[in-house]
Design a protein around this ligand. Structure first.
Ligand SMILES: [Zn+2]
Length: 70
């Protein structure tokens, strides 16, 4: 049983890239000792999965990344 088998039922902020994860397009984990869930994007794009790379391309760079201005 890996994390890859658990799709997120609810939306949440990806803890890897910081962008929003739509319900059903990523994974969630229950954090031991903490309340709530941790959500991240998919590793692959199969079955409607959305990866961090996909949202970065769609929405731009995360806030903590250096932004290049033309
Ligand atoms: Zn992500």
């Amino acid at each position: 049983m890996g994390i890859s088998s658990v799709r997120n039922q609810f939306g949440g902020q990806c803890y890897k890239c910081g962008f929003w994860v739509e319900p059903g397009t990523g994974y969630f984990e229950k954090e031991r000792g903490k309340k709530g869930w941790r959500v991240q994007h998919c590793y692959r794009t199969h079955n409607g999965g959305v990866t961090c790379e996909m949202v970065k391309k769609k929405f731009g760079k995360p806030v903590d990344d250096p932004v290049k201005t033309p």
